[in-house]
Design a protein around this ligand. Structure first.
Ligand SMILES: Nc1ncnc2c1ncn2[C@@H]1O[C@H](COP(=O)(O)OP(=O)(O)OP(=O)(O)O)[C@@H](O)[C@H]1O
Ligand SMILES: [Mg+2]
Length: 329
């Protein structure tokens, strides 16, 4: 069954053109000029019930705008979309009860109240029966291990703890489709794992259909078989993640700051040099060769080392560069 059907969805924002200077500001009070920003352009895709799809794209690619239209927060400029048979922006009550939009960068909980109070409020808003409410809440509180924090005012929770509460609030009414916009942004690894596990559980146990955006490759690799890559508002790729990121799954980046120059050949003997800016070097190294690489770095004039996952932007850049563009409409 198709859960989400998007056809030619387009969103242009009208933004005022701001000329520099005071005179221009005064003039703009009388005649304001606008330009159109093409945030999402003719996007089409279908998602089956029970899928988890990753929406990937660089900053400003149009991901959040897309999710806002799918969840009914924004009207599109043109195009159509059906989520579980509803047109999102009509905001029918049954539609609102069937979906959730969870944004890592936005707070939806009452700041001065404990999360437990916000959950109760959601129970009223969504008209959740007592039994379902307690069962769902207990289950989620257990998986995310936040029982002792339920009575702490939200403003006193850490970022990771607050995000777990946001996620519980979003899933409490047992939505069938959930839009997760950067649910792990800024979180430490332990919280990222916990949230990832939770999302996987909700998908496998409850068959929740999920669209996920994240700037962390690990989130996407752990959760999504299929990805839709967007670039400047248009769809660049729609298909298996393995097709675009297979060879990235087992490598990490080692970024080093050098005290003085080191020959390229020496660096190349440690790992593939994928970035070099005078004394700043980025090496790509297979995960299982990291210890040896670190050991080799010991003999170089290194002042700082940082190991990280491959950023999603590299996957996107390469998809663009290699012309791996394949769009199944
Ligand atoms: N309310 C708005 N008014 C005008 N322009 C907007 C508005 N919201 C977003 N935009 C513009 O639309 C484009 C897409 O923004 P969007 O937030 O959807 O990107 P994104 O893919 O979610 O990026 P990020 O990864 O940084 O979250 C950007 O150029 C942005 O500046
Ligand atoms: Mg965004």
């Amino acid at each position: 069954m198709t859960a989400i059907d998007v056809r030619n969805l387009t969103k242009h924002y009208k933004v005022p053109i701001k000329q520099p200077g005071l005179l221009a500001s005064v003039k703009s009070l009388f005649s304001q000029e606008y330009e159109e920003k093409h945030a999402v352009e003719q996007m089409s895709f279908q998602i089956e019930a029970g899928e988890i799809v990753g929406l990937l794209g660089s900053n400003g690619a149009g991901k959040t705008t897309m999710m806002k239209m799918l969840s009914g927060i924004l009207h599109p400029t043109s195009g159509t979309c059906s989520v579980l048979g509803y047109t999102p922006w009509e905001r029918k009550q049954e539609f609102q009860k069937s979906i959730a939009m969870i944004m890592g960068q936005k707070n939806s909980l009452w700041w001065d109240l404990p999360a437990a109070d916000s959950f109760l409020l959601n129970k009223e808003i969504y008209d959740i029966p007592d039994k379902d409410y307690h069962e769902t809440l207990n289950h989620m509180v257990e998986i995310l291990d936040v029982k002792r924090l339920l009575t702490t005012p939200v403003r006193n929770l850490s970022l990771g703890e607050r995000m777990k509460m946001e996620i519980i609030a979003g899933f409490l009414h047992q939505p069938k489709v959930v839009f997760l916009d950067e649910p792990t942004i800024g979180l430490d690894l332990t919280s990222q794992y916990a949230i990832r596990d939770f999302i996987r559980t909700m998908n496998s146990q409850r068959k929740v259909t999920i669209i996920l955006t994240s700037h962390y490759m690990a989130d996407i690799q752990e959760l999504c078989k299929r990805v839709i890559i967007v670039n400047k508002g248009t769809k660049l790729y729609d298909g298996q993640l393995s097709h675009v990121a297979e060879d990235f799954s087992d490598v990490k980046l080692i970024s080093i700051d050098l005290e003085r120059d080191v020959e390229d050949a020496v660096l190349a003997s440690i790992g593939e040099v994928v970035g070099r800016d005078v004394l700043k070097v980025t090496l790509q190294v297979p995960r299982n060769e990291i210890p040896q690489a670190i050991a080799k770095l010991g003999s170089l004039p290194v002042v700082d080392v940082n190991i990280s996952e491959i950023p999603i932007d590299r996957v996107i850049e390469r998809t663009l560069a290699e012309g791996k563009v394949r769009v199944n409409q």
